[in-house]
Ligand binder design. Structure first.
Ligand code: G3P
Length: 222
């Protein structure tokens, strides 16, 4: 499964990218609004930091405006993927942008039927929001599995990008379901690695090594 970071923070992106494990980045208007600086400049810097798909979302609500904004985002860098909301206008814009050769990530997807329309419109990525469905007592991960089944049935090439992942178990479940991509905040990315037994085990190995070295040193001829 490809790992995307769900943030517009360059500090976080640089830190995670240094591990060599970040395949792409998803931003949205809420995430960009949290950062200081011009969104265009931030997006270009993100593209220079991570050589993979970088989602930039339109804020227009009509198809014509979305296409116009999509052209603007796509002109910034080859890595940019245009994010459109899953509305009738968003589907129209997706059809236009994808037929022009632009990659579209359809966001705010909450049902299998929306995902079916997304693939038919030519989107490259579909973003089911797992955590936000869980928030309303609807199992978000079932949506991911349903979309994967539908796409497999018809060999749609649209990649399933599990979004709104809130904790490491969401990431594991998305991977078990076979999602192509999981996008997650930095805190979730960091928690994928953490295990107390790793820290305890490493400390014990190093302590034993130091102890053995000291004992050897004491026995060594002067
Ligand atoms: O990728 C979409 C994501 O930003 C939404 O996450 O946690 O606000 O539901 P969340």
């Amino acid at each position: 499964m490809k790992i995307f970071l769900d943030t517009a923070s360059l500090k976080e992106i640089r830190e995670a990218a240094a591990l060599g494990l970040v395949d792409g980045v998803t931003t949205n208007p809420s995430l960009l609004a949290k950062e200081s600086g011009e969104p265009e400049e931030i997006l270009v810097e993100i593209c220079k930091t991570v050589d993979g798909p970088i989602s930039a979302e339109v804020v227009a609500t009509d198809a014509e405006g979305m296409v116009r904004e999509g052209h603007h985002w796509a002109s910034l860098h080859k890595n940019i993927v245009v994010k459109c909301p899953c509305t009738a206008e968003g589907l129209k814009a997706t059809r236009v942008l994808s037929s022009e050769g632009h990659r579209v990530n359809m966001t705010l997807v909450f049902s299998p039927s929306q995902a079916l329309l997304t693939a038919k419109a030519g989107a490259s990525f579909v973003s089911p929001f797992v955590g936000r469905l869980d928030d309303i007592s609807t199992p978000g991960m079932e949506l991911v599995a349903d979309i994967l089944q539908i796409y497999r049935n018809y060999s749609f090439r649209c990649e399933v990008l599990a979004a709104s992942l809130r904790h490491p178990l969401h990431v594991v479940e998305a991977a078990k379901a076979g999602a192509h991509i999981g996008t997650m905040p930095m805190s979730v990315f960091q928690s994928l690695l953490k295990h107390p037994l790793t820290d305890i085990g490493l400390k014990r190995f190093l302590d034993d090594w130091e102890k053995a070295k000291k004992e050897l040193g004491a026995k060594a001829p002067r």
